[in-house]
Design a protein around this ligand. Structure first.
Ligand SMILES: C[S@@+](CC[C@H](N)C(=O)[O-])C[C@H]1O[C@@H](n2cnc3c(N)ncnc32)[C@H](O)[C@@H]1O
Length: 326
């Protein structure tokens, strides 16, 4: 899809629901606001989107269709992740934040600490000559770190083109051990029977359909391959106590249905400590975030960890590592 088509589709999806169109002046104004100076020439974009059924045009007014709206949602999510990683790359405060919360000077976006990373490596028996997939790898700093540590050859996949570009540029000299591909976990286009293991740091849950993504990911595994993934379970207040158990949630239901064996390790205490470090770091770095123009981001970070701390304090959340025999 061209940039012009993406801009038209996203703008129209922001402005209209299925039966309300948007006139050209409003489209133009909103797009300039949303895309800043990046608005490009839209000649031909309406027509080509209409031909593919993603929009329809009635009396010169464009309307988005349901398929168009679904694609616009995905494009918007990708754009938000691009933006997320761009901000991270440019921000010393985020780097410092990751150092405090993850315990490593790497820009990353997951809840892991050293113990969790070691448990994942041991659970998958990662070592040289293994072919490993890292879906939702982001800018691949952790992918690279784990490849350096274990000698495993790792393929990182992410749907953010910006993140993959950053990962490739940074690891250009490590092409034997690292490959980075733009790809969508919801429509994975990887060959079957390729990987010895799949490692996931807080990404698979973000797929639109987690179980569909897992079905596709499992196909890429060689016989005997394993998946390691971190999974957070949260319950509504008043929910049954056993709703937090590792064998009583959406993921375990899928694993049972698929006749997969698995074991779990409880990292709830590590995550409670993680959330407290995150709160302290966000507070400590508030002035640095403000100076960088990232105060909204730091406020969001603070609100998130306060939310999780409350959930943990009311006994409504747990974090597990699942090691699954694929
Ligand atoms: C929570 S971040 C984790 C990034 C990385 N694993 C890390 O630990 O730093 C989630 C990542 O998953 C990617 N992602 C989300 N949904 C995706 C999808 N459907 N297909 C591919 N990547 C996706 C995002 O772009 C983002 O980089």
């Amino acid at each position: 899809m061209t940039l012009a088509e993406k801009q038209v589709l996203i703008t129209l999806s922001r402005l209209s629901d299925y039966d309300k169109g948007a006139d050209a002046v409003t489209m133009d104004a909103f797009c300039r606001y949303f895309w800043d100076r990046e608005k490009c020439d839209w000649t031909g974009a309406y027509e080509s989107l209409a031909e593919r059924g993603l929009i329809k045009i009635k009396e010169s007014i464009p309307y988005i269709t349901k398929p168009g709206s679904d694609i616009a949602l995905k494009l918007t999510t990708i754009r938000n992740w691009d933006h997320f990683w761009k901000t991270g790359m440019d921000s010393p405060a985020i780097r410092e934040y990751c150092k405090i919360v993850n315990g490593m000077d790497l820009i990353q976006d997951n809840n892991s600490d050293d113990a969790q990373r070691r448990a994942l490596i041991e659970g998958l028996n990662l070592g040289p000559e293994m072919n490993v997939l890292d879906p939702g790898c982001g800018i691949g700093t952790l992918t690279e770190h784990i490849s350096d540590l274990t000698g495993a050859r790792i393929t990182g996949v992410d749907f953010s083109p910006f993140a993959i570009d950053m990962a490739r540029q940074r690891t250009d000299s490590k092409k034997d051990g690292l490959t980075f591909l733009v790809g969508d976990m919801d429509e994975l286009e990887l060959p079957d029977n390729t990987f010895d293991a799949i490692m996931d740091f807080d990404s698979i849950e973000l797929a639109q359909g987690m179980t569909k993504a897992l079905d596709q990911l499992r196909k890429t595994l060689k016989p005997g391959g394993r998946i390691a993934l971190f999974y957070q379970v949260a319950t509504a207040s008043g929910a049954a106590k056993n709703a937090l158990e590792p064998d009583n949630n959406r993921l375990s239901e899928y694993l049972h249905k698929s006749n997969l064996t698995y074991r779990t390790q409880d990292f709830t205490q590590n995550d409670i400590a993680f959330q407290h470090r995150a709160k302290e770091a966000a507070e400590k770095l508030e002035a640095a975030f403000l100076q960088e123009g990232n105060i909204r981001k730091s406020n969001n970070m603070l609100a998130n960890c306060e939310h999780y701390i409350k959930l943990y304090e009311s006994g409504r959340m747990r974090r597990y590592l699942y090691i699954i025999e694929g």
